[in-house]
Design a protein around this ligand. Structure first.
Ligand code: ATP
Length: 376
């Protein structure tokens, strides 16, 4: 019922073409995160869905209701779209207490007082601000105000919740707590959520699907772990993942048998066609880039078959995991290992990479040409 469909949406600000022929389907109950670098059009997309901006082209439907038909200059009013919004700048009513701010919508609906009390306190507790119910917004920090704004949006259990960087003012620990609260809430209420962030960890950990944008165009829409393991292009691979993905340049040749042989600082790898995408060249030689996630780079202290010699350039241990940079040939590779690992600077080590677990990109087009075998 709350399926949202954007068809051929174009949005211009003057000559600035901000959304370019945007097509996006958000299924009922989906937690869809709009992700991309600053200025790529995430907030504009949310505002177009909310009815705060009018696109110049395209249609939007919500359930079976048409809410935008730009050609016919039809734009349903924001208040009639059945949405609840939380923007980064959270406008709380300054003359009302936290409790009254959150209760406002329910009071207007004339719900019984005990019911209001129960629901408001529940929303505040979830956001870990139950103790602030009697305070006024001016008596709260930015992060606390932001949590009041989320509580206000969720208390009415909306069918669709639009959240624009709602955790941007919180410190690292609270942000992790709030991520799990919002995820839990989504699970319990089955609300359709559209969530805007430029934080890829937030996107990976919370969403059922991620729509990744660059310069007003959608590049990939898929579940988070699919995007992580098989990013459709080099720039998606580069944008997603922390620590960053490794990229090693190679020379590829498509052999008459159909397989592809790649030579690089990682030695020779041979790929058979099962996981090739439609962007893989049919024949000939071409430059490629091998994409390897840091947890797929193994570091060994001893030589062995298929292992490549390198030197430790730096070691960063965070207790729960250790990131090691190994330089091999012209390539610098990051390896992420679980727990505390001990290496010395400049220590000679040997790395290995399972070719099943790498992505192959065409250097010229930047497109994924061979997928990795997914982790089970
Ligand atoms: N009201 C406006 N008038 C003119 N240009 C605008 C307006 N709002 C946004 N833009 C421009 O539209 C483009 C997309 O902006 P948008 O806010 O959607 O990006 P974003 O991906 O949400 O970025 P951020 O992560 O920085 O918030 C930017 O180039 C921005 O400068």
């Amino acid at each position: 019922m709350s399926k949202i469909e954007l068809n051929h949406i174009d949005k211009f600000y003057g000559n600035n073409h901000v959304l370019k022929d945007l097509n996006l389907v958000i299924d009922d109950g989906e937690f869809m995160t709009l992700l991309g670098p600053s200025g790529c059009g995430k907030t504009t997309t949310l505002r177009v869905v909310a009815g705060l901006e009018k696109p110049q082209n395209g249609t939007i439907t919500m359930g079976d209701k048409l809410v935008v038909n730009a050609k016919e200059l039809f734009f349903e009013e924001p208040g009639k779209r059945g949405l609840n919004l939380v923007f980064q700048s959270y406008a709380l009513w300054p003359h009302m207490t936290v409790f009254d701010n959150v209760a406002f919508g329910l009071t207007v609906k004339k719900l019984p007082k005990p019911e209001i009390e129960k629901r408001v306190m529940n929303a505040l507790e979830r956001m870990q601000i139950g103790g602030f119910a009697k305070r006024y917004p001016a008596e709260l920090s930015g992060g606390q105000q932001q949590r009041v704004a989320i509580a206000r949006a969720i208390v009415s259990e909306p069918k669709v919740l639009l959240l624009d960087e709602p955790l941007s003012n919180l410190d690292a620990k609270l942000r992790i707590d709030m991520r799990s609260e919002i995820k839990r809430l989504h699970h319990e209420l089955g609300t359709t959520i559209i969530y805007v962030t430029h934080d890829q960890v937030e996107a990976l950990t919370m969403s059922t699907k991620i729509a990744i944008f660059f310069e007003g165009e959608l590049e990939q829409v898929a579940p988070p772990m699919e995007i992580y393991q098989n990013p459709i292009s080099l720039r998606v691979a580069d944008f997603i993942g922390n620590p960053k993905s490794n990229f090693v340049e190679g020379k590829a040749v498509r052999e008459p048998s159909g397989q592809v042989r790649v030579n690089s600082d990682l030695g020779e790898m041979v790929f058979s066609p099962e996981l090739f995408t439609e962007d893989m060249p049919e024949s000939g030689e071409f430059d490629c880039v091998i994409g390897i996630r840091p947890e797929k780079v193994q570091v060994h202290r001893d030589p062995g078959p298929g292992r490549i010699e390198g030197h430790v350039y730096s070691v960063q241990s965070a207790g729960s995991d250790t990131t090691v940079q190994v330089n091999a040939g012209q390539s610098a590779l990051l390896s992420k290992e679980i727990g505390i690992q001990f290496y010395n600077m400049d220590q000679k080590v040997y790395i290995s990479v399972n070719p099943d677990k790498v992505n192959l990109f065409h250097k010229g087009t930047g497109r994924l040409i061979r997928k990795a075998v997914l982790d089970q």
